[in-house]
Design a protein around this ligand. Structure first.
Ligand SMILES: Cc1cc2nc3c(=O)[nH]c(=O)nc-3n(C[C@H](O)[C@H](O)[C@H](O)COP(=O)(O)OP(=O)(O)OC[C@H]3O[C@@H](n4cnc5c(N)ncnc54)[C@H](O)[C@@H]3O)c2cc1C
Length: 387
């Protein structure tokens, strides 16, 4: 059986993981990336057990690479720092079998690039169009370059041009809150090794996370009009004012962060697509199923996508049938993740005092086995069943 030549648009976490997984199957793959060089996103994220499991299967061990910090302690707190509930992290990761790792995005990309070896990534190659035909798909870049492949994968993020061409150009759905995020050198007695604290206020929340090397990753959210969240231009003083009176570690970490290191992102996703492929073209990661950040599964599910895609293309005789099998395999799980993120986001950003009181009481009183089951569910990914 001849393996297809695959062209991936986008060298983000999803595109590069897919490239590594495809090449491990002996598939000829090339990535076209719009940025002039590998991006340095500056902030961090959590890679859930499902992601670290897939990376391990691809020979990428984040612990051995000595970057990031395995989660050891997850606490939900009120705005002023009163403990609502500790999650049973050891029991959760023990059952899942792989760690949850909080890690700087630069370290993720560096580790992936290292594992990718001589995988061909063409930087400065912004794909603007593609045409299906001649037994495959031809791609055009902004600088006039053209390329041909048997399969095209759009891994080009929430504003994917491949998705727009396949499914129509629509604006993302906006949820009326902004997320500020940054990493900074920081130590505090509350931030013990492997700490992740989520603090819930009124229409606002804050995350403080140990990513190793005495560095903290923090994010804060705040409800505001959609247009303001989309194009937030405030400064650090506005963020400090928003979290005035919150737990001392929160105020301290914001104060410690240089203003230029703080990034702002509006809360956005898109309506879930019933089908995200056509002929030899498909999508992956945020291009296919962008989700709100609440359950921290956007990048982790993009990593899963790459693994499943490679399994499908390596085993089916017909690449087009392989793409439809990949989409079918991913459909229910990614829809569940998109919906769960929206549901949790509504609860987390709630302003209504009754809703917030019931939410916190529910969490305080819920039996540990239920909390554990609900925490495990989004991270359950069986390599065999999903291939
Ligand atoms: C505030 C915040 C916190 C988050 N926290 C987490 C978390 O804790 N855990 C988690 O799993 N996920 C998290 N996510 C989600 C995660 O960041 C995304 O889901 C993930 O980065 C998606 O990866 P991707 O490769 O699909 O897309 P992207 O990372 O968006 O990469 C797309 C790539 O395509 C390139 N590109 C775009 N257009 C073109 C073009 N026309 N031609 C060529 N190249 C192009 C871009 O330059 C980019 O390199 C968070 C997101 C946000 C906003």
């Amino acid at each position: 059986m001849n393996t297809p030549k695959v062209l991936i648009v986008g060298a983000g976490i999803g595109g590069v993981t897919a490239g590594i997984a495809l090449r491990a199957k002996g598939i000829d793959v090339e990535i076209y990336e719009a940025a002039a060089q590998q991006r340095s996103p500056g902030t961090a994220l959590g890679l859930a057990s499902n992601a670290t499991k897939v990376l391990r299967a691809l020979g990428i061990d984040l612990a051995a690479a000595d970057c990031g910090r395995a989660l050891e302690c997850f606490e939900l707190r009120t705005a002023v720092g009163k403990l609502i509930r500790s999650l049973p992290v050891r029991a959760i990761t023990g059952e899942l079998g792989d760690p949850i790792v909080s890690i700087h995005r630069n370290d993720v990309m560096r580790t992936l690039q290292k594992a990718a070896g001589d995988l061909s990534v063409r930087y400065g190659a912004e794909v603007v169009d593609f045409k299906i035909g001649d037994g495959g798909v031809s791609v055009t870049c902004a600088d006039g370059r053209r390329a041909h492949a048997d399969v095209l994968i759009g891994a080009d993020g929430i504003r994917s041009v491949v998705r727009a061409k396949l499914c129509g150009e629509f604006q993302p759905t906006e949820y009326g809150y902004v997320c500020w995020l940054a990493t900074t050198p920081f130590s505090h007695p509350r931030m013990v090794r492997g700490y992740c604290g989520h603090y819930w206020g009124r229409g606002q929340r804050f995350g403080l996370i140990d990513i190793g090397g005495t560095t903290a990753y923090w994010w804060g959210t705040k409800n505001m009009p959609v247009a303001k969240a989309r194009d937030w231009r405030g400064g650090k003083a506005e963020i400090l004012a928003a979290f005035h009176g919150w737990a001392p570690e929160i105020v301290a970490v914001i104060e410690r962060t240089p203003a230029h290191a703080i990034v702002s992102v509006p809360a956005q996703d898109r309506p879930f697509l019933d089908r995200w492929g056509s002929g030899p073209v498909s999508l992956l990661g945020d291009a296919a199923h962008p989700m709100l950040t609440s359950i921290g599964q956007g990048a982790s599910s993009a990593i899963e996508d790459g693994y499943v895609l490679a399994e499908a293309l390596a085993t089916a005789a017909d690449p087009v049938a392989a793409l439809r099998h990949y989409e079918d395999t991913r459909h229910n799980r990614t829809r569940m993740l998109v919906r769960s993120s929206r549901r949790l986001s509504r609860l987390e950003q709630a302003e209504n005092p009754v809703v917030r009181a019931v939410r916190n009481l529910g969490l305080r009183c819920a039996p540990t086995r239920i909390v554990k089951r609900q925490s495990i569910r989004p991270m359950q990914f069986d390599l065999g069943v999903n291939a």
